[in-house]
Design a protein around this ligand. Structure first.
Ligand code: S6P
Length: 591
């Protein structure tokens, strides 16, 4: 007899009941701040594995639950229809932060597939804040529902049929809510699809300034329309993030797994007559369970990389990703996320891609000197000052120009011994063996992943997810080792939008035990750097506070020290200067 699935702690209705899954803290990573590099990797592995756990016996739908597979099948059929009738039709993927970056990655990859088939392009992406947000933190536009609508209208001008895929892991971004609402108002053109990872009753219900709806009310209207096939809601739970609320991790991975399955199934149906079935979608997603296994089978190597990166950041060094093709894009994405997630400096973790903007192929093209992303830029701007304190990580596959990788490895090795590599190849491939040997010799460590050949159904996309997992582990782990995390909370988070502001206030409450009003007061004092709040400040709304927070570094740690020690901002600042490792500064206050 089949055993009923065991309920995991986070799935219990009593576990942090006021928080949606995407904001809960993961019981598996509670002690992450004190863990060794090796243990951090194990924790991340266990957290990622939750994506594929069965939800039987709980109220949660999971990635492979029947209703989710059914909905994905329906969405894939809509995509197939557009692929077969592309005239005046478009598939738009949209999101904020990581979700927008994933929208870009998916749209680019599947347009590339269409280009190879000489088929007209049907995918388009929108990211809140425009293309700059692909490479840097632009959190404020996430709150702007009207901006969401405007960018959707702009992307869809003249189209008669649009499949709109709005991604918001937390079912929370006003930018996406505005777009979904607009689609619901124009059903003759738009079919909206929502992708996120909370049950619908946990969708954010906070009033959106200037709008008559909340995210939750939009979802409810979508659910009504879904009964008649006019809208689709895809919202399996994948468990709380390893670092609370950091949806760049599992949220991003699950978005990729799920959308890749849908779009691949639609392409196979349109161009190879393969019928779209829930079973086929299930198989495609399940392959990623194996991707996780193959990736984490090298936990030891990932741990060593994480340790090197952590040491480098602790000593004021930099972590540079030098990537090729889509792995280069993943490096850019991972690097950009360190700034808002860990309060990191822009130079701490940087990504570079071979071919620069030509390879990135983004809507807006080159974004100017503040956004230098080519390997040439690395050679001119970073290499001259590179030292042993810095880590260089090469990201490539056997299909890339391995000679170029060797050349760059040589150049980096002259400046730092801390050169490492993540290399993917397909089973049986022995091309460029000589250069590969040279790269191995130049690198302090090399993670080599060997994937079954595509004939066995493993597409190159698998190494993208694998690289994403490795990079997320390295950058997250390195910041944990740097002391940026307290338990499994991002303490040094920038409160640059309403979601982050609310999260920060909650965190202050949890860690200080003070009432909400006192915590918000402390946060505002730290944001505006005042010991007394003025009427001007208290009468401003969250959007204005979030704007002010753009220039306020360490606002949350400062507020927390003030609350815990009942001291002035000045005194809190001095304490944090004396003990820049946030976790230790807080522990000193707590003890
Ligand atoms: C999260 C990341 C954020 C989110 C963004 C959108 O790790 O730093 O930028 O992606 O806030 O969130 P959501 O819930 O709408 O996908």
């Amino acid at each position: 007899m089949e055993q009923p699935a065991r309920m995991h702690e986070w799935e219990s209705p009593d576990y942090e009941p006021s928080l949606p899954v995407s904001e809960k803290s993961n019981p598996l990573t509670r002690d992450m701040d004190r863990a060794s590099a090796k243990c951090i990797v194990r924790m991340l592995q266990a957290c990622d594995a939750q994506m594929f756990q069965d939800g039987t016996g709980t109220t949660y739908q999971r990635l492979l639950s029947e209703p989710v597979l059914e909905t994905l099948t329906e969405v894939a059929k809509k995509v197939e229809h557009i692929l077969k009738h592309p005239r005046d039709s478009l598939i738009v993927l949209s999101g904020c932060g990581t979700s927008g970056r994933l929208a870009f990655l998916m749209a680019s990859a599947f347009n590339r597939a269409l280009r190879e088939l000489d088929h007209g392009l049907v995918y388009s992406y929108i990211i809140a804040g425009g293309d700059r947000a692909l490479l840097s933190s632009q959190e404020a536009p996430e709150d702007d529902a009207e901006l969401g609508v405007l960018s959707l209208q702009r992307a869809c001008e003249g189209q008669k049929s649009v499949l709109f895929i709005g991604i918001s892991c937390g079912l929370s971004a006003p930018f996406v809510a505005g777009q979904l609402d607009f689609c619901l108002q124009h059903p003759e053109v738009y079919t909206p699809v929502l992708v996120g990872f909370n049950p619908t009753h946990q969708a954010r219900d906070e009033r959106i300034p200037g709008c008559s709806f909340t995210f939750r009310s939009v979802v409810q209207r979508m659910q009504e329309l879904a009964k008649r096939g006019g809208a689709f809601v895809v919202n399996p739970a994948v468990g709380p993030e390893a670092i609370s609320g950091s949806s760049r991790m599992k949220g991003g991975s699950a978005t990729k797994i799920l959308l890749e399955a849908v779009l691949s199934a639609a392409h196979a149906a349109a161009f190879a007559d393969t019928p779209i079935t829930p079973m086929g979608i299930r198989e495609d997603m399940s392959v990623h369970e194996k991707t996780l296994e193959i990736t984490y089978a090298q936990a030891k190597g990932i741990g060593a990389l994480l340790e090197a990166a952590g040491q480098s950041l602790r000593r004021g060094g930099r972590l540079c990703y030098l990537g090729w093709g889509s792995l280069g894009t993943l490096g850019l994405v991972d690097a950009s996320e360190c700034v808002p997630t860990f309060g990191a400096g822009c130079e701490d973790v940087r990504g570079f891609i071979s071919g620069g903007y030509r390879a990135l192929n983004n809507n807006e093209g080159p974004l100017g000197p503040d956004f230098s992303i080519a390997h040439q830029d690395f050679l001119h701007q970073v290499l001259p000052s590179l030292t042993d304190r810095d880590v260089v990580l090469l990201l490539y596959t056997h299909a890339d120009r391995v000679g170029e990788v060797a050349e760059l490895a040589r150049a980096a090795r002259e400046k730092t011994s801390n050169v490492h590599a993540v290399y993917h190849r397909v089973d049986g491939d022995t091309a460029a063996a000589v250069q590969q040997d040279e790269i191995n010799r130049l690198c302090l460590s090399s993670l080599k992943f060997t994937w079954p050949s595509p004939a066995s159904g493993i597409s190159p996309h698998r190494w993208e997810l694998s690289t994403k997992l490795v990079l997320n582990a390295v950058s997250t782990g390195a910041h944990v080792l740097k002391g940026k995390i307290y338990q499994n909370y991002m303490v040094d988070v920038q409160v640059t939008n309403s979601k982050l502001y609310r999260r920060a206030t909650r965190l202050l409450q949890k860690l200080s035990g003070c009432p909400e009003s006192r915590c918000e007061e402390a946060l505002l004092k730290a944001v505006y750097r005042v010991d007394e709040l003025t009427a001007d400040i208290t009468s401003s709304d969250i959007i204005e506070h979030a704007q002010a927070a753009r220039s306020a570094t360490k606002a949350v740690p400062l507020a927390l020290v003030c609350l815990l020690s009942d001291c002035s901002l000045l005194e809190a600042g001095t304490r944090l200067e004396r003990e820049p490792i946030v976790r230790e500064a807080l522990e000193a206050c707590l003890s």
